[in-house]
Design a protein around this ligand. Structure first.
Ligand code: GLU
Ligand code: ZN
Length: 291
């Protein structure tokens, strides 16, 4: 049996919020309940979207909630040569093409790219976006939480971008490379990334890397029915309420902790949660916490 390696992979676009704690805790508990490693990867490959100080803040927020990662954290910003290697591999095997379609053209297609530039042989050296030429229509996997999943690439937006117009590698490429090379066996993350899982498993096939197993956690909604995120101004996770935050996250994860669990230390709460972790109790629908 392959030993379990899980991970948490935040983008430093802002501090962690309750939704990110749910992803961190869910991935942590599944790893630890399976005697696995829980690795931390800071996904800082998108400098324009980065918030100054967020990396340090995220590390501290995790520690303040008793979530300690194994081995040293990996920073995507230090791995650009590796992404380039895998990009070149795709390019050399004719899986990529350049696309200079203006944004409004894609918008007029409702975001579903139609492969317009596939056969145009545009130069990779211009400021075009680079897309992967999809040769399969559908992709699926058996989700550890949601059960069998199947996606049509046409519905997901068609040939997706692996290098942006501004020259930055896409999140899809970097994550597919990292999960593959780090030997991640289990990815437990938010259901907002289901589309990404479809794309990343496709890239794994092209790279010849094996895909981890995936489990997608419920989205956490605010009281206006919006997903907690930076865009919806989700409040920063308050380290002074770490025990209450953990208790709330455990409720969101369907783990039914004892009512007074937040009276214990973070370490005790986490020890309880590892011992009682049941992935089958994780809700499959978005959750709006009651307090
Ligand atoms: N970095 C991504 C984010 O913060 C998530 C990455 C992942 O779990 O694959 O949304
Ligand atoms: Zn195009």
């Amino acid at each position: 049996m392959t030993p379990y390696s899980g991970r948490f992979a935040p983008s430093p676009t802002g501090p962690l919020h309750l939704g990110s704690l749910v992803a961190a805790l869910g991935s942590y508990l599944d790893a630890k309940a399976n005697s696995g490693l829980w690795l931390l990867r800071i996904e800082d490959i998108d400098p324009p979207r980065e918030m100054a100080g967020a990396k340090e803040l995220i590390l501290r927020q995790l520690e303040d909630h008793g979530l300690y990662w194994d081995s040293t954290a990996i920073y995507q910003s230090q791995r650009l040569d590796t992404y380039q290697e895998y990009f070149d591999h795709l390019k050399n095997n004719q899986h990529l093409y350049a696309c200079d379609c203006p944004r409004h053209r894609i918008r007029d297609l409702n975001g579903i790219y139609d492969g317009h530039c596939r056969d145009l042989n545009l130069s990779f050296d211009s400021d075009a976006a680079i897309r992967v030429l999809l040769s399969e229509k559908n992709i699926g996997w058996n989700d550890l939480i949601l059960g069998p999943q199947s996606f049509s690439f046409d519905e997901l937006g068609g040939d997706f971008i692996v290098r942006r117009r501004d020259g930055l590698f896409s999140y899809q490429l970097a994550v597919a490379v990292d999960d593959g090379l780090e030997g991640i066996t289990h990815v437990i993350r938010g259901a907002d990334l289901l589309d990404s899982t479809a794309r990343q498993t496709y890239l794994h096939k092209l790279f010849g890397l094996s895909s981890p197993e995936y489990g997608h956690l419920p989205m956490v909604m605010n009281n206006q029915g919006q997903k907690l995120s930076k865009q919806t101004h989700a409040p920063e996770l308050d380290s002074n309420k770490s025990r209450e935050n953990l208790a709330l996250a455990l409720n969101i994860l369907g783990q039914n902790p004892p009512r007074d669990i937040s009276e214990n230390s973070c370490e005790e709460i986490i020890a309880w949660a590892i011992h009682h972790w049941n992935i089958n109790s994780v809700p499959t629908k978005p959750v709006e916490p009651s307090n």
